[in-house]
Design a protein around this ligand. Structure first.
Ligand code: CP
Ligand code: NVA
Length: 308
């Protein structure tokens, strides 16, 4: 039996494949322009296919964009929140994987434990998609690169600055620097530094990555500033984070240090007055709504690749 095509992390998929997924996403988005949200794509490539979406943690964008994306491609979904399953009563993820693989064509998982994703992948016989773990958020990165390129041209010519927690989303941006070729500068408090193994991997692939505690160093001359929540869903330890991260807030002063036409990105959900001010996220340089929309288009690229 051939191995299923899993979409687990940006560092595990080659550049050509990732670029093909984005090209597919862009083509489908263009073909749909001007049509109603509910309209399906003409070719219906996933007719008869079913995606199970397992949510151990909450979601707005990932949940709705995968669901609508599957429908536009002609397929169907089953949404399984953690209390819909037998996991809380002691059934293992391994057994859940074996069983779901007998019913559905692909499985998407959102969890606060990357180990749970690994267990699912080890025992599933259908493609598995990482819908966010405590370690990474690769589907988000695909939508983010798509959005950046729509507004500013080739990723290869961009300087991206991250300001805040070196978290799961930051890790996917690090992986993406190696795959898509943008320069990445991360400003994070030392205690919340990004994954060293991700940084080392990306540098070994030839990526230009700077890790600093200085927001000024990171954002000077940047094309894009990115931020994310100060407290992620998997963060059990919340105390001290707000004090530590306050200097990393993206506000007008920080934006003014980047290029005059620099854009702002954030995966959402956002917390105005914490990681970003309302004037930046709701201002003219914010791409967050296009970024959220592109989750739908990017995921359709991912789904057609996994199930192609
Ligand atoms: N950006 C993102 O993944 O949003 P949700 O948590 O709402 O899915
Ligand atoms: N870093 C955030 C991203 C949410 C989409 C979290 O994990 O909660």
């Amino acid at each position: 039996m051939t191995e299923p095509r899993h979409f687990l992390d940006i560092d595990q998929i080659d550049d050509t494949t990732l670029r093909g997924i984005l090209d597919g996403a862009k083509a489908r988005k263009a073909a749909r322009a001007g049509r109603g949200q509910g309209k399906t794509d003409d070719d219906q490539p996933l007719a008869g296919k079913v995606l199970a979406m397992v949510f151990i943690q909450p979601s707005t964008r990932t949940r709705v964009s995968f669901d609508v994306g599957m429908r536009q491609l002609g397929g169907e979904t089953i949404v399984l929140n953690s209390d819909d399953l037998q996991l809380d009563r002691g059934e293992t993820m391994a057994d859940t994987a074996r069983v779901l693989s007998r019913y559905v064509d692909a499985i998407m998982l959102r969890t606060k434990s990357h180990g749970m994703l690994d267990e699912l992948v080890a025992h599933a016989t259908v493609p598995v998609i990482n819908g966010l773990t405590d370690s990474s958020h690769p589907c988000q990165l695909m939508a983010d690169v798509m959005t950046l390129e729509e507004h500013r041209g080739s990723a290869r010519t961009q300087i991206v600055a991250w300001s805040g927690d070196g978290n799961n989303v930051a890790t996917s941006w690090i992986h993406g620097a190696a795959r898509f070729g943008y320069e990445l500068r991360l400003a994070c408090p030392e205690a919340l530094s990004p994954s060293e193994s991700a940084v080392n991997w990306a540098r070994n692939q030839g990526a230009s990555i700077t890790v600093t505690e200085s927001t000024e160093e990171a954002v000077s001359g940047a094309d894009c500033i990115v931020s994310d929540a100060w407290v992620s869903m998997h963060d059990d330890q919340k105390s001290g984070r707000h004090n530590m991260l306050a200097p990393y807030q993206v506000n007008e002063q920080l934006m003014a240090r980047a290029k005059p036409d620099a854009v702002f990105m954030h995966c959402l959900p956002a917390h105005r007055g914490e990681e970003v001010t309302a004037s930046v996220i709701d201002g003219p340089r914010s791409l967050v709504w296009d970024e959220a929309e592109n989750r739908l288009h990017a995921q359709k690229g991912i789904l057609t690749w996994c199930l192609g």
